[in-house]
Design a protein around this ligand. Structure first.
Ligand SMILES: Nc1nc2c(ncn2[C@@H]2O[C@H](COP(=O)(O)OP(=O)(O)OP(=O)(O)O)[C@@H](O)[C@H]2O)c(=O)[nH]1
Ligand SMILES: [Mg+2]
Length: 502
């Protein structure tokens, strides 16, 4: 590879990852920074994949307008991989913590990702407008995580902000630019373009679409581009607002069309002088068709086919589904890929008795028709947590309800009044617990269980009663094949069906 030459190095904007616990206001902060409409487009206002945005801000000292690339990440626990990936591609991390909630599990996880990525961190204490805001407490909690902010004698800058009122936002941006300056971020734009795939999905009309961030070089139309999983020729370049651009520079998020297949998120990409060189360098593996496993009808296996909008969601959903308890029901993901639900998926579902899970994807009309005809269940979701909850409930239903026997009481038989075919009238004393009519009995003779029957009616002093209590003498109408004899112990019990648990 050509070594980068010092004289070719030019400054590049910082790539800033925004990390933090769910709902602490990461996306809102980005919206407050610039008129970005992020949360409006989100299902339930929850970020479920990585988003890349570019903003401009005048630097405090020179007044020169500087660019910053932001990567928004989801805060829910399911998206650990996305957070980790975000931290890996970034130069700087902004850790967002809600001032009224403080350090939470995913705050801690984010801290670990940032430390692992060895990038500088800025703490943004958000929601300062809220009555319960307590920034001092947040800082103390951070201390426990070995994150020492400046006023606690540490080196990590922190800033108090409110996405709602706009307080502290420009301080945050200036801090980012200051930290970026110290990092002396540079790139060689004369080198072949190289970078990382941030997100990718399959558009049913336009084909594979990927968001990339360049580390070096320039990306232009018609260039040959490749990742370890796919190659292509750039058909179109768009900025983060979906507007066409003619070239992309380092740190700039760019949407690329032209890959033959959907590149995997997190993969590195490079440009090549021609397709042959790309193939030679990348040794793209042939895509294997997934195996269809046939299932015995009595086996407790729940087969699913998972289709999602973007690869990041796919990975997150696979992760949480695999974490569901599987001792009783095995959840098998036969196939998982991005793109709309198509005929191949339905055929596979028919063959493998599988359900199809769609996450923010459409169903192709032909596939829909076949699915209806063949009664293939397609479950569609917009929010990952709904998907996981539905699947959990569905699996619980598949678990056989447990039948639990509950012993209520015992009767010692004192006398047999009448014996007919399958019916007897007997008298006895309740020696343990309570007895009720209409339920099952087990007949014990000399400590051995000799059979079962039913207690049809119960009387005391020749009057019908519902319950006979310990010590009372009762008359019983019994139904069953076994003939009860004097001295037999009758155990009265019920069977309760308890809902299956995973
Ligand atoms: N009062 C107040 N509310 C805020 C502030 N920032 C965010 N919120 C609210 O907090 C909620 C969550 O905000 P989001 O920006 O979606 O949080 P997030 O961290 O991006 O959430 P995930 O992406 O799902 O992890 C929303 O209801 C926001 O309106 C703030 O500074 N003040
Ligand atoms: Mg968000």
């Amino acid at each position: 590879m050509v070594k980068e030459k010092k004289e070719n190095l030019v400054p590049r904007p910082p790539v800033v990852v925004v990390l933090g616990h769910v709902d602490h206001g990461k996306s809102s902060l980005l919206e407050a920074i610039k008129d970005l409409k992020i949360t409006e487009k989100e299902s339930g206002g929850i970020t479920q994949h990585i988003g890349a945005y570019e903003i401009e801000h005048p630097s405090a000292d020179s007044g020169q307008v500087k660019k910053i690339t932001f990567i928004d990440t989801p805060g829910h626990e399911a998206f650990s991989q996305m957070r980790s990936r975000g931290a890996k591609v970034a130069d700087i991390a902004v850790l967002v913590i809600a001032a009224d909630e403080g350090v939470k599990p995913q705050t801690k996880e984010a801290i670990l990702h940032i430390k692992k990525a060895q990038i500088p961190m800025i703490v943004a204490i958000n929601k300062m407008d809220k009555p319960g805001a307590n920034p001092e407490k947040v800082k103390r909690e951070l201390q426990k995580e070995e994150v020492l902010v400046e006023i606690f004698g540490g080196k990590i800058p922190s800033v108090e902000v409110s996405a709602k009122t706009g307080k502290g936002i420009s301080d945050l941006l200036e801090l980012i630019l200051l930290v970026a300056e110290m990092e002396e971020l540079k790139a060689d734009i004369t080198m072949p373009a190289e970078g990382v795939v941030i997100e990718s999905y399959l558009d049913s009309r336009r084909g594979p679409i990927s968001t990339l961030i360049l580390n070096q070089g320039k990306l232009a139309l018609n260039q040959i581009i490749g990742t370890p999983s796919t190659i292509g020729k750039i058909k179109s370049l768009e900025n983060f607002q979906d507007l066409p651009i003619s070239e992309a520079l380092p740190s700039q998020p760019v949407i690329v069309l032209g890959f033959e297949d959907v590149p995997r998120v997190g993969e590195k990409f490079k440009t090549f002088s021609d397709i042959e060189e790309a193939r030679l360098n990348l040794q793209i593996k042939e895509k294997k068709e997934p195996e269809v496993i046939s299932v015995e009808s009595d086996q407790k296996i729940f087969n699913v086919i998972l289709k999602t909008d973007v690869l990041g969601s796919l990975e997150a959903i696979e992760g949480v589904l695999k974490n569901l308890p599987q001792e009783k029901i095995i959840l098998r993901i036969l196939k998982s890929e991005v793109g709309e639900i198509n005929e191949t998926d339905i055929k596979m579902a028919i063959q493998a008795k599988a359900k199809i899970l769609g996450f923010r994807v459409k169903i192709n009309p032909i596939a829909q028709a076949i699915a209806e005809r063949e009664r293939i269940k397609i479950m569609q979701f917009d929010v990952i947590y709904d998907l996981v909850e539905e699947i959990r409930k569905y699996m619980e239903k598949l678990v056989k309800p447990e039948v639990v026997r509950v012993d209520l009481g015992k009767i010692k038989t004192l006398i047999v009044f009448l014996t007919e075919k399958n019916r007897q009238i007997v008298g006895g004393r309740v020696i343990e617990g309570e007895v009720k009519k209409g339920i099952s009995i087990e007949i014990e003779r000399g400590r051995e269980v000799i059979g079962r029957g039913k207690l049809i009616n119960l009387q005391r002093n020749k009057k019908d009663i519902e319950i006979g209590r310990k010590g009372e003498e009762v008359g019983m109408l019994y139904e069953g094949e076994i003939k009860i004899e004097k001295g037999d112990i009758l155990v009265i019990y019920t069977e309760e069906r308890r809902k299956g648990e995973l």
